[in-house]
Design a protein around this ligand. Structure first.
Ligand code: PLP
Length: 823
């Protein structure tokens, strides 16, 4: 990309405020953390309800970024950079992408549907890449932001595009259509996913079809509803000639009629009629979703006039698609970012940004990279670009694997090159991986999964997966409920409610929360040692921890005169001035805090005191989630108002005040004061079923099946023979038990796990490290994945059945269960 900044002013219909319009733009960014941002970057400051990238502009200018598309210019910065001021930066990004797309004139495949978009896109890329230089959406970039970012990555070497478009409600597709402008449309399975945003199925299909408004060909699975939508559509959007190219399992009038389908152990054979001929095809999957996706791909290949032999040769090599970058714990204090199934230039850029965001404090950055295929560039050009990217991203060491990348060793300082994966593996012990964050990225043929498994720390198979994007979503949801300028403290006590303290704190730091809250000093020290710079309040500091609180610059909550005096004593010995403390009032919870009758003495002690400074005054609500006790909440708030006002007046101070927890934010918006304390809601749980719908699930506890057996009627399962089989029953054993935090009360057919999207009841008693489930009606085997909680069952369901609260379930998951974070 090389575009004149001046020309973009009119493209974006922007107001120009800057000094130098003669800049050539070679990079577009919306990510303030990316090390790829530079003087030729155009940064679009997206402004989500509360996640406002304008806040990062001063930092970006400091780091050399000069060109911004903004909704407003941060005060005092008008002279310091070039600004294109627009009404809405997201719309501007979309307009820019549409403009950019129109500079290119090669075929573009647009993929939409409810399920299978990413898989079909990735497979088409694989099937067509021997013959084309393809630009495709990275990962599942199919949203209002993801689509423009995908299209902006097109360059002059590409000669085929494959982009996916995903929508969640009406009026979204029209925008994506302008950006993708497909000439070949593929409609994947239409299913019932994401139905909330639409009135009904017809509306959903109609909206999706808008992607194909000007498409001369549409590929789809024939069925009555889609057909009737299509004929309506054809009448509305006249495009001639438009070809409908359909397939079906039932309807012989489809262009491709699948007359036979036979599932073998891990394959499916299909026989289909096309142009009055019969063909056979072997698909290397046996589940129906994969078969449908493969058939969508088949139609694209037929449309490109591939012969049967080529089609069979390529389709039989289709592989399971992984959609996300996974972070894993590695050996010797390393962490691993596993992207072992793809290697193209565009996804390398994304992975490097991800590496930067995941880097552990004090760890160095390593990239293990295979040869890159089908870039369209000459190798000389390609590896020069890769080397530049590696240097921009300040990678400490590079390990190249493959004959081509090896031949460019000279371009990569601090690199070690290997001809192939086996050579690397033979040397792995001598490479001394230690305290590094390692991105492992390679084309499939290099089988980098072997490298991942060698470098990964080994533990048992149970993991708690934490969705960092869901945390961001939930954070933004609660932020949107706050009045402007109300600050946010997030409670990350008890390892972030069991979800992993440091990683979540890092994410929150990026989102610029104002404060973190922990229960004990140790938790705060771990966060500071992990590199967290945010101020951290310690709810329950013991006097013995005061010296380390001060050493680590943690901020104690002070809830008694005894504690205050003890802290003052130590603080004076250390000659501290204005050390921030937080004064807790007891307004009715009766847990910790100053009561009404101690306020005078508190005031007397603090008056004229310059050793400490009252940073905030807080109290905690006992019943913010229970409507029948809302009167009590009102009383607490009124007492808080009274006590805190008195303190402020007598001491003549104006500290931050805060009283609301998650349910308080939802139910008492008039008591936000100048800060709130978000807890459980961030982790995806609301105490209000209505609000729950707006939150995303954060933690998924997963395990695998250790063994499957069938027992005859009359046999029993587990300790105490508490399950008796009434008929022949298939039992699966799962390596997770009460020592991992699964309550025994959840056993004996009270609870269930999910296997292959089906419920399997827990039979017999939960053991210390294992439990058994009934899988009689589920087609499953040893090694299959099991969901203990997450989307189903939810921790809320479990809490109801176990007569407890989600908090207890989440924080009970033992620390021996490995936490894995992903986006
Ligand atoms: C845990 C805690 C919170 C957060 O409560 P949630 O109900 O999880 O939002 C807020 N304030 C204090 C003092 C807490 O201990």
């Amino acid at each position: 990309m090389s575009l004149n900044l001046k020309s973009l002013v009119s493209v974006l219909n922007a107001k120009w405020i800057g000094s130098n319009a003669d800049v050539l733009i070679d990079h577009i960014s919306i990510d303030s953390r990316s090390l790829q941002n530079g003087s030729q970057t155009l940064f679009f400051a997206l402004a989500g309800v509360n996640n406002d990238a304008h806040l990062f502009i001063p930092d970006l200018i400091e780091n050399g970024v000069q060109n911004f598309v903004v909704q407003y210019i941060p005060e005092g910065f008008a002279e310091r950079a070039n600004f294109l001021v627009v009404e809405n930066t997201l719309f501007a990004l979309q307009e820019f992408a549409a403009y950019y797309r129109n500079l290119f004139h090669f075929p573009v495949i647009g993929v939409t549907g409810s399920n299978g978009k990413t898989i079909v896109k990735e497979w088409l890329n694989f099937l067509l890449s021997p013959d084309y230089n393809i630009i495709r959406s990275p990962k599942s970039y199919n949203s209002q932001v993801g689509v423009p970012l995908s299209v902006i990555a097109i360059n002059e070497k590409h000669n085929l595009g494959i982009f996916e478009a995903g929508i969640s409600t009406v009026n979204e597709m029209a925008k994506l259509e302008k950006i993708i402008k497909p000439n070949i449309g593929v409609l994947t399975n239409i299913g019932s996913a994401h139905d909330e945003g639409f009135l009904n199925l017809v509306q959903k299909i109609d909206e999706k079809l808008l992607l194909f408004k000007d498409c001369p060909i549409i590929i789809y699975q024939k069925n009555e509803v889609v057909d009737s939508c299509l004929s309506q559509f054809a009448a509305e959007y006249m495009h001639h000639p438009r070809k409908l190219f359909s397939w079906s399992f039932q309807d012989k009038t489809a262009d491709v009629f699948i007359e036979k389908r036979e599932h073998k152990s891990d394959h499916t054979f299909i026989q289909y009629q096309y142009k009055n001929q019969v063909f056979n095809l072997e698909i290397p999957f046996n589940d129906s979703a994969s078969v449908e996706n493969a058939i969508s791909c088949l139609l694209v290949l037929l449309n490109f006039n591939y012969d049967q032999e080529t089609i069979q040769n390529r389709i039989e090599k289709l592989y399971p698609v992984r959609m996300r970058l996974e972070v894993k714990n590695g050996i010797n204090n390393c962490s691993i970012i596993d992207d072992s199934y793809s290697s193209d230039f565009q996804s390398l850029k994304i992975a490097l940004d991800f590496l930067e965001s995941q880097k552990k404090k004090g760890a160095s950055k390593t990239v293990i990279l295979s040869d890159i295929f089908q870039s369209g560039f000459t190798n000389e050009e390609l590896y020069s670009k890769v080397a530049q990217l590696i240097s921009d991203n300040k990678i400490n060491r590079v390990i190249g694997i493959g004959p081509t990348i090896s031949s460019f060793e000279a371009k990569f300082p601090n690199s070690t090159m290997f001809e192939n994966t086996a050579d690397f593996i033979a040397e792995i012990d001598n490479l001394n991986f230690n305290n590094e964050t390692i991105l492992i990225k390679g084309a499939r043929s290099f089988q980098f999964e072997e490298i991942v498994s060698l470098l990964e720390e080994k533990t048992h198979e149970t993991v708690l997966e934490i969705n960092l994007d869901a945390i961001t979503h939930n954070f933004n949801y609660y932020k949107s409920k706050l009045a402007p300028n109300v600050k946010m403290m997030v409670m990350v006590k008890a390892f972030g409610y069991g979800n992993g303290g440091l990683e979540i704190a890092k994410l929150l730091e990026h989102h610029k929360v104002d404060y973190l809250g922990v229960a004990f000093a140790d938790e705060g020290i771990a966060l500071k040692n992990g590199g967290i710079k945010l101020p951290i309040m310690v709810l329950n500091p013991e006097s013995t921890s005061f010296p380390s609180i001060i050493q680590y610059q943690l901020e104690p909550e002070i809830y008694s005169l005894k504690g205050l005096n003890a802290f003052l004593k130590i603080a004076r010995e250390k000659n501290l001035k204005d050390y921030p403390i937080h004064i807790k009032m007891d307004t009715g919870m009766h847990r910790l805090g100053f009561e009404n009758n101690t306020i005078d003495e508190l005031i007397a002690t603090l008056k004229g005191n310059s050793t400490v400074r009252v940073q905030t005054i807080l109290s905690h609500l006992a019943t913010s989630d229970e409507p029948k006790h809302f009167d009590f909440v009102r009383k607490q708030i009124a007492l808080f108002e009274k006590l805190s006002s008195k303190l402020m007046a007598e001491l003549n101070i104006n500290p931050i005040r805060h009283i609301l927890n998650t349910s308080g934010i939802s139910n008492f918006s008039d008591a936000q004061y100048s800060m709130v304390r978000l807890g459980i809601g961030l982790y995806g749980v609301s105490n209000d079923p209505l609000e729950q719908k707006y939150l995303e699930n954060v933690g998924t506890l997963k395990s695998i099946i250790s063994q499957v057996r069938t027992i005859p009627a009359g046999d029993s399962v587990g300790y105490g023979r508490r399950f008796m089989a009434e008929k022949e029953t298939k039992i699966a054993t799962i390596p997770i038990g009460y020592a991992d935090g699964i309550a025994r009360l959840w056993g004996n057919e009270v609870g269930f796990v999910t296997i292959k999207n089906q419920k399997a009841k827990i039979v017999g008693s939960v053991c210390m490290d294992m439990l058994m489930v009934n899988v009689t009606d589920i087609d499953c085997k040893e090694g299959d994945s099991v969901i203990i909680f997450g989307e189903s069952p939810t921790v809320i369901e479990m809490a109801v059945a176990l007569k407890t609260i989600p908090y207890e379930i989440m924080t009970s998951i033992s620390q021996r269960v490995k936490r894995v974070f992903f986006r």
